[in-house]
Design a protein around this ligand. Structure first.
Ligand code: NDP
Ligand code: 8X3
Length: 259
């Protein structure tokens, strides 16, 4: 039996990309799942697919906008008994809109990024870590970014939110150092998901150009590392992982073939 078998994993942003791929890979390990995101129909589809493929696991799907504390409280208070004891919180939901220079970023866009990428992650952590402490078991895995290690022009607010994730991850690890709870951060470079389509407000051509001439990471590459991180022995904590496609060296240093 694998170390993750029978554990319960709470995933934010499970309706696409890294969150969805992680749900599939945690299911392969025999984990029970709480799938959350705003697009409930996507979660329901994933739930039914995973339950069919893995009749031994329990999957709960719940609509959740991580920016809304009331929704977080309501989702957590209504968790079915089978998934009330969360072992792993995967704080994955996140987004960016635009590549505008700082002085031009619209207020609404600033609010959305701050509320989703920072406040949502903090609220979920506040909601679930006390239970982990009581039970003496738990793991918080935050999805940061290379954008939280190195700022770039056109990414000021997004980078600020991911620098915040970096700071929050480190501070939480310090606060929990006397407990068995692990705190980890995984920081990807370019991953081909819906992320860039959302960044360019639905312009798929622009989004595709981000990955042109190189082989980007795919959601499964990051999911594999998330599951690996969660599956280490209880005394081992992977604190921070920075992951690039082979032809990316930092935020903006990327080699692209000419074709
Ligand atoms: P996707 O756009 O494919 O997935 C983002 C997920 O977040 C979706 O499931 C979306 O679901 C969810 N989400 C967005 N806003 C909210 C919200 N307010 N409440 C709840 N869920 C929300 O992108 P990725 O899979 O690539 O992104 C996952 C994480 O990885 C993000 O934190 C991102 O910053 C980070 N990352 C991505 C990189 C990349 O290049 N793709 C690189 C480095 C980090 P829904 O719309 O249904 O709510
Ligand atoms: C996503 C990576 O380079 O688009 O966090 O900011 S980047």
């Amino acid at each position: 039996m694998g170390r993750l078998q029978g554990k319960t994993v709470f995933i934010t942003g499970a309706s696409s990309g890294i969150g969805e791929a992680s749900a599939r890979q945690f299911a392969d390990e025999g984990c029970n799942l709480i799938l959350t995101a705003r697009r409930l129909e996507k979660l329901e589809q994933l739930k039914s697919e995973l339950e069919k493929a893995h009749p031994n696991i329990y999957v709960h799907a719940a609509q959740l906008d991580v920016r809304q504390k009331k929704q977080i409280d309501s989702v957590i208070s209504q968790l079915p008994i089978q998934v009330q004891q969360v072992h792993v919180l995967l704080n994955n939901a996140g987004m960016v809109i635009g590549t505008d220079p700082l002085v031009e970023v619209e207020e609404d866009v600033i609010d959305q990024m701050l509320a989703t990428n920072i406040k949502g992650l903090v609220l979920l952590t506040q909601a679930l870590v006390p239970g982990m402490k009581e039970r003496g078991v738990g793991h918080v895995i935050n999805i940061g970014s290379v954008a939280g290690k190195q700022a770039y022009g056109g990414g000021s607010i997004y980078c600020a939110t991911k620098f915040a994730v970096d700071a929050i991850t480190k501070a939480l690890a310090i606060e929990l150092v006397e407990t068995p709870i692990r705190v980890s951060q995984i920081c990807p470079g370019l991953v081909n998901t819906e992320f860039s389509t959302i960044r360019f407000r639905g312009d798929k051509e622009k989004a595709d150009s981000v990955y042109k001439g190189l082989q980007p990471l795919v959601a499964d590459d990051i999911a594999e590392l998330i599951v690996f991180t969660a599956g280490r022995p209880a005394h081992v904590n992977i604190a921070d992982m920075l992951v690039f496609p082979v032809n990316q060296a930092d935020s903006k240093t990327v080699y692209r073939r000419a074709d």
